[in-house]
Design a protein around this ligand. Structure first.
Ligand code: CTP
Length: 397
């Protein structure tokens, strides 16, 4: 394979420091990196650091005789296989969405004929502002791909979506994009992703639920959407925002989750990540159960429908049905048995006895397919999602 080249536009945000690590990862993987550092970006990282890590010259000025003598800005905009903007600030997104070209970075984005991938990073209110959301939709409609932003504590002290995706996740998105030639290999495909816990009511105030955070399922929904799929995310109660480009259907119980999945059929892909409660109370009290004076009440449980198994057997069965397996022991044997029992095509198994997996940001998984077992390294849930989405895309050449 020819050496792959990316043009890396570094915008002005604190997350620019993470772009240095991204540059290192890309160089380690043999990808050539040509950086453009905006004036605001240079307030956060120096051209010298960026140049040393990229092992290339850093371009900064639109009207620079020296730069123009080496490579004109039009040529620069086309000198790579992919243009990456990290961090993509609100300002850079707004400029690109509106076709402004007042500096080197925005001119490059307007002049390029190459695919563009943005990793947004900004304060949560700036991200959620209708103007930024409008720009996001415009850019998506223009064919720009996105990775992140993540949800979490931010440098400005606030909490919420806006944090730039981790370098490893951006790296995975870049590699997937380079591999697919920047195309959106899942364009036109429909995917259903279930995520989060289910909530089974006991009475109007009590419920049975579990510790699933929804992070892995949301990341997968986002990664599939980034590759062009039309994704319906059927989610139990979580604290997460819907990833971009994803249609989210909120449900509580397993019964509601199944109904929402069936309503989203037909689909090409189903990924069941939700931690569906296996049982629900046989009866839901319409009034709060009182303590009374007798013995504690017995809660009689009945089995919930198995959404993964139902989708695997449906007459409108998606072409690729993937289940997850949360195991605490005999991971691979249990996963293989589950693959057969549920009738799905692949199982992604994870060991939930490892502290920090449930609710945490990392995951170590094993992919079980009829072709064999792949043991993936421990990585961020975002990376697992990118890698799985890339694998799924390979099934739809
Ligand atoms: N699943 C589902 N509906 C259910 C239970 C599970 O769709 N009622 C799906 C999950 O989303 C996951 C897979 O089935 O993709 C496996 O879930 P897991 O809890 O590991 O397996 P169980 O079927 O519950 O088996 P066990 O608890 O015996 O391990």
């Amino acid at each position: 394979m020819d050496q792959k080249r990316i043009l890396l536009i570094v915008g002005g945000g604190i997350a620019a420091y993470k772009t240095l690590e991204l540059t290192r990862l890309l160089r380690k993987a043999g990808v050539a990196v040509r950086p453009i550092l905006t004036r605001a970006g240079a307030e956060f990282v120096t051209a010298l650091t960026l140049s040393a890590l990229a092992e290339d010259k850093v371009y900064s000025e639109l009207f620079s005789l020296t730069d123009q003598a080496e490579m004109g800005h039009i040529e620069l905009s086309r000198s790579a296989d992919l243009v990456v903007v990290a961090p993509a600030t609100a300002d850079l997104m707004a400029k690109a969405a509106n076709g402004l070209a007042g500096d080197l970075a925005s001119t490059t984005l307007l002049a390029t004929d190459k695919p563009v991938l943005m990793a947004p990073a900004m304060n949560v209110r700036m991200w959620l502002h209708p103007a930024t959301q409008r720009n996001l939709r415009t850019l998506q409609a223009d064919g720009v791909s996105f990775v992140g932003p993540d949800d979490g504590p931010m440098a400005c002290g606030e909490q919420g979506p806006g944090r730039m995706a981790e370098p490893a996740a951006i790296f995975e998105a870049i590699m997937a994009s380079l591999e697919s030639g920047g195309a959106r290999p899942l364009e036109g495909k429909r995917a259903i992703v279930t995520a989060g816990p289910t909530l089974e009511a006991i009475d109007p105030v009590r419920m049975l639920t579990n510790r699933s955070s929804g992070k892995q399922g949301y990341a997968i929904a986002g990664a599939l959407a980034a590759l062009g799929a039309k994704v319906t995310l059927v989610s139990g109660p979580t604290a997460l925002p819907a990833p971009f480009g994803v249609t989210r259907v909120d449900v509580e119980s397993a019964g509601q989750m199944l109904a929402a999945c069936e309503a989203a059929l037909p689909a090409d892909i189903a990924v069941c990540v939700a931690a569906v409660a296996d049982w629900r109370p046989a009866e839901i009290g319409d009034k709060k159960i009182k303590k009374g004076s007798g013995a504690p009440p017995a809660i009689v449980l009945v089995e919930n429908p198995d959404i993964l198994a139902v989708l695997s057997k449906d007459r409108r069965r998606p072409g690729l049905v993937i289940g997850f397996a949360a195991e605490t022991n005999d991971l691979e044997d249990n996963a293989q048995a589950k693959l057969a029992r549920k009738g799905c095509d692949w199982i992604v198994a994870n060991d939930v006895s490892v502290a920090g997996t449930m609710g945490g940001d990392d995951n170590k998984v094993v992919l079980v397919t009829p072709r064999g077992i792949e043991r993936w390294e421990r990585m961020a849930k975002g990376e697992v999602a990118q890698k799985l989405a890339a694998r799924i895309a390979k099934e739809f050449p």
